[in-house]
Design a protein around this ligand. Structure first.
Ligand code: SF4
Ligand SMILES: [Zn+2]
Ligand SMILES: [Zn+2]
Length: 324
């Protein structure tokens, strides 16, 4: 299994040459080569996209999406970058500056979408109004829902065949274990190297979202990004509210340290089990109707009568205006 992360090397020498280990039992040069090949193999293995496709890469200015952007460009894919600025003060300002630099350097078109232009407000303002109204939405929930909505809307408008996200092996292992702990088969089924609802994908309602870093660990991505000296922000977002998720991350890190490669094994288990299940069997097992319908207000695909975005903006009616 070539994509399996390697165990720690006691001799601290690269397994391919005499140089010292940089990451994954390899020196920096061999690691770089291994890492890029792993992404190439992941794209082929899961049939994510081809050289003929117009690929939108959702970028945030962080290490994951910047790495995905650079490697896909290097591999010769037809890519454009798309970023959604939630207007989180200096944090997103700095990220945007970095993204503009990266895209200029590697000659990739950068498409910018902005919360203020779309909704008339920054994330922080939307959050504060929501709080005043007694809503319990976290910043990350609001940010995630609104960003996904905008990315899908513009990916369709700009006719991308798919949208790349920077999710990595750690993200996927955490998400799967969270769904196991919550016994949420429907959400678990929506994970995977190609995500979104299968039914909706088939009718082109959701632009397919794909994850070329699916088999790359967080550690590998940090090492690669630092080796490449990408101008990225390694600091966490100041609005981050992920205490619950962090508990899973810490738990898996502890297991990984003691029993590697725990995260890889979790993801492989998912791929061999839940990922292979058919939608109808999931419906039966979950005893729920997951028919994807349309939001009564905006017509976007959703599982309930009203999509979350309309719920959020509807609750804030009169204070937030959406762009028609
Ligand atoms: S950490 Fe949360 S609030 Fe910050 S950019 Fe990510 S989803 Fe948005
Ligand atoms: Zn080497
Ligand atoms: Zn809606």
């Amino acid at each position: 299994m070539p994509d399996k992360p390697k165990k720690s090397n006691k001799s601290k020498k690269c397994i391919k040459c005499d140089k010292s280990v940089y990451c994954s039992d390899l020196c920096s040069e061999h690691f770089k080569d291994y890492f890029e090949k792993k992404i190439k193999r992941t794209i082929k293995k899961f049939d994510l996209f081809s050289k003929k496709d117009r690929v939108g890469v959702a970028v945030s200015g962080g290490k994951d999406s910047t790495t995905a952007l650079y490697v896909l460009k290097k591999l010769g894919y037809n890519i454009e970058a798309v970023t959604v600025d939630a207007v989180i003060g200096n944090y997103t300002k700095k990220n945007l500056e970095n993204l503009r630099k990266v895209c200029k350097k590697y000659d990739v078109k950068l498409n910018e979408i902005n919360f203020r232009e779309e909704f008339g407000s920054s994330l922080c303002f939307i959050k504060s109004v929501a709080q005043e109204k007694g809503l319990t939405y976290s910043s990350c929930m609001i940010c995630g829902v609104l960003r996904r909505y905008l990315l899908n809307k513009y990916a369709k408008k700009w006719k991308f065949d798919c949208l790349v996200t920077g999710h990595n092996l750690d993200d996927e292992a955490q998400a799967f274990i969270m769904n196991v702990f919550r016994n949420d088969l429907i959400l678990a089924k929506r994970q995977g190297p190609v995500s979104g609802s299968g039914k909706a994908n088939s009718t082109k309602v959701f632009v397919k979202r794909v994850k070329p870093l699916y088999l790359c660990t967080e550690e590998e991505i940090i090492k690669y990004s630092k080796f490449m000296k990408f101008p990225v922000n390694y600091e966490p977002c100041p609005c981050r509210e992920g205490a619950y998720r962090k508990e899973y991350a810490d738990m898996l890190d502890a297991f990984e340290k003691k029993f590697p490669p725990t995260k890889y094994n979790i993801v492989q288990f998912f791929l061999r089990t839940v990922h292979q299940m058919k939608e109808k069997d999931i419906d039966k097992e979950a005893d729920k109707d997951i028919e994807i319908g349309k939001c009564e207000k905006c017509g976007e695909p959703c599982a309930k009568k009203i999509c979350k975005r309309c719920e959020i903006l509807g609750a804030l009616k009169g204070e937030i205006k959406t762009k028609k």
